[in-house]
Design a protein around this ligand. Structure first.
Ligand code: ZN
Length: 206
């Protein structure tokens, strides 16, 4: 795409690096911003900078939080011994929306994916092991999407914690293989949490 200005080109290039945004959409967004009062662009740029500089993750579950310990982890009415392992913050939001889960979470920050160079050490797995080793966890629920990467991650974590006195389970698969949790409807997701099954019975060979 031939653009009449280097400045325009830079902005379009930056925005088109976001997922799901091609160069055409980026151009439309940039031209839209130029038509709005300058304040709007300032506010947008500022909110992103502040977000990036000040964002904190809960020290216990790695959920995004404005406090050192998030509202879920510090809520005394939540069962701290019931830990639901999820891939990212969006999954916490999806499960919270079901209103069914009364335990706490552990956000891994991704899935093991050798092809993309993501190994266990890049994910929040050590802190989960430590949590289990502390003896305060009764059950770990795996709620990763049922993809090969999700299954690999579940199995890796299972191997790390199986010798501790802890129950492991996985959400029942009302959710089709490969579906992301985020897109599962609330009823299905809620039911799959309630109908979770022992992890051992879910292991399948690849
Ligand atoms: Zn937390």
């Amino acid at each position: 795409m031939e653009l009449p200005s280097k400045l325009l080109e830079n902005a379009v290039n930056e925005i088109s690096q976001l997922p799901g945004i091609g160069k055409r959409t980026a151009l439309r967004l940039v031209l839209h911003l130029l038509k709005q009062p300058q304040e709007q662009t300032n506010d947008l740029a500022n909110s992103l900078l502040v977000l990036r500089n000040k964002i904190q993750y809960c020290k216990s579950c790695h959920n995004i939080s404005d406090l050192e310990i998030c509202d879920i982890c510090s809520n005394v009415s939540r069962e701290q011994s019931l830990v639901c392992v999820v891939e990212d913050v969006r999954d916490v939001m999806a499960i919270e929306n079901t209103g069914i889960f009364k335990g706490v979470y552990h956000v891994l920050g991704g899935k093991i994916n050798p092809i993309e160079g993501v190994g266990p050490s890049q994910l929040n797995i050590k802190t989960l092991e430590e949590k289990v080793a502390s003896g305060n966890v009764q059950e770990v629920i795996f709620a990763l999407s049922s993809t090969m990467e999700g299954d690999t991650t579940n199995f890796y974590i299972y191997k790390q914690i199986k010798d501790y006195n802890v129950k492991t389970s996985t959400i029942a698969r009302g959710i089709a293989v490969g579906d992301e949790l985020e897109y599962a409807d609330e009823v299905t997701l809620g039911r799959s949490l309630l109908n979770r099954i022992p992890f051992e019975t879910s292991i399948k060979p690849y």
